[in-house]
Structures are given as C-alpha cells and as structure tokens.
Design a protein around this ligand. Sequence first.
Ligand code: NAD
Ligand code: FE2
Length: 388
Amino acid sequence: MANIFLTPNYICMGEGALQHSKEHMKKLGTKALVVTDASMIKLNNVKKLTKVLDEIQIEYEVFSDINCEPTNHMVDAGIDIYKDTGCNFLIGIGGGSPLDTMKAIGAVIGNGGNVCDYVGKPLKNPMPPTVCIPTTAGTGTEASKASVITNTKTNVKMLLNDPKLMAELAIVDPEFTLTAPPSVTAATGIDALTHAIEAYLSRKSFLMSDIYAVSAIKRIFANLYEAYTNGGNIHARNQMAVASLEAGISFTNSSVTLVHGMSRPIGALFHVPHGLSNAMLLCKCLEFIAPCVVDRLSILAKEIGCYQVGMSDMDAAKSFVEETKKLCGQLHIQTLAEYGIDRGEFFAAIDKMATDAIASGSPGNTRVPPTKEDLIQIYKSLWDESIL
Ligand SMILES: NC(=O)c1ccc[n+]([C@@H]2O[C@H](COP(=O)([O-])OP(=O)(O)OC[C@H]3O[C@@H](n4cnc5c(N)ncnc54)[C@H](O)[C@@H]3O)[C@@H](O)[C@H]2O)c1
Ligand SMILES: [Fe+2]
C-alpha cells in the first residue's frame, strides 16, 4: 500500500536556527502576526524574534493573549487583529498552545467562517504562510497537520486535522527550551513520547512513520531524564527538540490513538495540561493494549535496550511497559488526586469523557479499537489500581 508522507515545507534546526531562518522568513510576507503568550514576552523570546524581524524589515503585530487552553474566542480575537492591522503571514512562538492558535487563525483566514466549522472537515484553501517556533519539546505541532482548540460552548477540545495545517517553516532552536521548568519539560517530553509510541502502535502506521517513531522513542528514553534534572544541558535539550519533531512527523503521518483520545476530554473538563493528562494515562493505556501489540512492543524493548536475551515477546513487551512506568516515576508525574481533581466530579464526567473520546476518532486508530466501556474502565483505573 502506498502512503503520502508529510513534513513541514522547510525545517531549520539546531542552535542559532532563528538567525539562520532570516532569508527564508523574508520571502513569506511583509507583515507578520506573532501569536504567543505572556511568558514568552517575559522571557524575552518575543524580543529575540522581533529583533530578527526588524533586521529583515518585516513589520509585525504581537498577539500574546493565549493561555494553556486556546479557545475559539482567542482564535476569533487573533483573526480580528490579523485583518485590522493588515498582516499577510503568521508566526507562532511558544508551546503548543500559541502554535495551535496560530494555525487555527491561519485556517480561518484562508477559508472563512469560524474555527468551530472545521472539526472533522477538510480545509479547502491553504493558510497564509506560517512559521512555527516551538519552545517546548513537545507537542510536535511544528510538524503536525493538527490544531487543538477548545470549543467554549461544548467544552470539547476540538481536533482540526488537515494537511493544509502543516507549517511552511519550522524553526526548531533548542535554546528556546532551556528555560522550561522541570514540570513543563516532563509533561511535554512525555507528550512527545506518547506521540511516538501511539504512532508506532497505530493501525495507520507504515514504514516511514515507524522510522521516525522509533528514533524519537529511543532519543526520549536516552535524554528526557537528563533534560528534566539538568535543564541547562543544551545537548539533552537539542536531543529532545529533535525527538519532539520526529515524534510530530511520525504521528502526523500515522496517527495518535487511545491516550490522546482519552486525554483531550480530561483537559477540556478538568484543565489538566495536555502533556500531564497524557502522562497520567500512558501506562494504563499501554497495559490495556499490550496484549494486542506484543510484537511491536517487543521490538521497542529491543530498541531502547530493556530486552534481555531469552525473553519471550510477551516478556519483552511487558519490559517496555515497565520502562515507561519507570520513566514516568522518575519524572514525578502527578496523579489526578495530586493535581487536585475531585474524585466525585471526575466519576460524574466519565460517561461524557468516554463519549467525547470515541467521537474524536483517535481511539479507533488503535490496532484493536476499544469500546466505550473499555474507556470507562481505564478512566476509573486512574483512581483505583485494582481496576484493569
Ligand atoms: N497540534 C498538535 O499536533 C498538538 C499535539 C499535542 C498537543 N497539542 C496541544 O498543545 C497544547 C499544549 O502545548 P504545550 O504542552 O507545549 O504547553 P503550552 O503551550 O500550553 O505551555 C505550557 C506552559 O509552559 C510555558 N512555556 C512554554 N515554553 C516555555 C519555555 N521555553 N520556558 C518557560 N516556560 C515555557 C508556557 O508559557 C505555559 O505557561 C495543548 O493545547 C495541546 O492540546 C497540539
Ligand atoms: Fe500530544
């Protein structure tokens, strides 16, 4: 079977990537809407960008009202600024939230209507040129055809998914990730790991997506703990930035599956950051699907070096799941209770969350698609070890 393989049009990566991208950015337009958040301004990252834009005589408008849960209203506000100030291309700088908002603004600028119109629907027209500058490693949105925006009316994290949401230029400079605090490094690093594992276990995977997924998984196991404990280690940060990009490419060409499907409703209803809700779910979901993907998990065990001679495929698969649990433990991933979620409120929402997760389509990409009842049991198991 043949497959299309998508990547951003241009990727500029490594230390100094922003400076190195000047000539390319110059070709994209004359006035940029810079979509970002308040902490990027505080950290001077926006200044670093606008200094470069000044050097190449590109005008800009900065829109920094994005928080960790971008909504349809933020997209609307960005569209108004883009139009009112005569922008003709877009730059997102920050974590996945500003980058996804930037892409959603681009989708609506190119196609009209409202962002809520495009859930599960193809985009007819391209976005204006877009530049993604990630500061977390990460969501991989710089290399993905997705954008996740919360619909404030339905309380659903909407998944926009179309090849036209792929960035024109991804600028992946690990220096921007140096300031990420350990909790953000851990959660976003596990998000990247989840992308790669899910892409590898998805029924939509193929040889090229596997190559990127396996490489990302190996790189994350080798470097995430170091980036978490020693955030100033530029080598580890660079490896994580590469891994996040690889993981983004892998899942955009394959797909995410059960973890992401179940994670979005937790984010929408309980405002748990995306990477953290993935991390809370990853090991439970792996344990649940392991019997259906023993062969693939045993390959991953060999790739990350936790296979021992003489192990059966099943033992190797279990060993990979154990290594993943160990990594999450080392990163001090909080439980729902530790994060402050009320058990009663969570249980009352489980039926809606399972319905929304199935409706998103992601769980259906698992090699043996789970039922709504399976999802309900997994949600419950986040509170009770004896379930599952
Ligand atoms: N489009 C996709 O393919 C895709 C994939 C995965 C996740 N997502 C979405 O991405 C969003 C999450 O993105 P995220 O996890 O990168 O977090 P985020 O963008 O929400 O940022 C989290 C926090 O970290 C801060 N931060 C970011 N970079 C920093 C740095 N270098 N130094 C200090 N602080 C920094 C931010 O200001 C914010 O306070 C979610 O909405 C999720 O749904 C999208
Ligand atoms: Fe993700």
